[in-house]
Ligand binder design. Sequence first.
Ligand SMILES: C[S@@+](CC[C@H](N)C(=O)[O-])C[C@H]1O[C@@H](n2cnc3c(N)ncnc32)[C@H](O)[C@@H]1O
Length: 224
Amino acid sequence: MQIITTEDGSHTLFSEQFNEIYHSCHGAIQESKHIFLKSGLEAVWQYQKRIERLRIFEVGFGTGLNALLTMLQAEKENLKMDYETVELYPVPIEIIKGLNYTKQLNFEYCYGPYHTMHLVRWEEWHELTPFFRFRKMQASLLEVALEKETTDLIYFDAFAPEHQPEMWTVEVFKKLYEALTLGGILVTYCCKGSVQRALKEAGFRLEKLPGPPGKREILRAHKN
Ligand SMILES: C[S@@+](CC[C@H](N)C(=O)[O-])C[C@H]1O[C@@H](n2cnc3c(N)ncnc32)[C@H](O)[C@@H]1O
């Protein structure tokens, strides 16, 4: 794995195993904020204001950037969250230590909690802040069992279908659909026709939204 600087100054990683970068080269933080926070978290919060504790499931923990941004948002909005994520190939802590996210975000005090996310035990819940409970599972999305109707929001951040087609199937999306509560949403950066068809077949209603710089459209999928 190699650290790369993207156009907004934030780092990303290049995976030799998948021949793929973890975020957009136009800006890792910019992309993550736009797709997962603005189009995902903000939207689900608007629809489901009555929820006392928002439950989020992320596909692909990777660098933990989505988790870090979500944790900061939970603090900012006084919003309680349970954040669960699945990762089959954890990024070594030596590489995580080289990433500049907390500096770029001007939240250097979060350096500790951000690293804690990577250092805590797998499979157990951890209260990282009074607002943010966190659990990471070292497993494959394809095999992990998900409880039905226990998730309000899914960040679907797998590598692209060209590199990992097995992650973008009707079968996988059906499992995620079942894990969502009614009114729950899944957001992803990928707007490919085959992905749209698979999501629809799994039961989702789709909405196309403008993407971040460098990406025309992204997808928000609803369980109605
Ligand atoms: C696009 S990257 C995720 C980026 C991450 N969300 C972040 O903010 O850094 C895709 C991630 O999916 C992980 N992955 C690959 N195959 C997987 C599988 N079968 N199950 C779970 N995670 C997988 C990769 O190791 C990688 O960390």
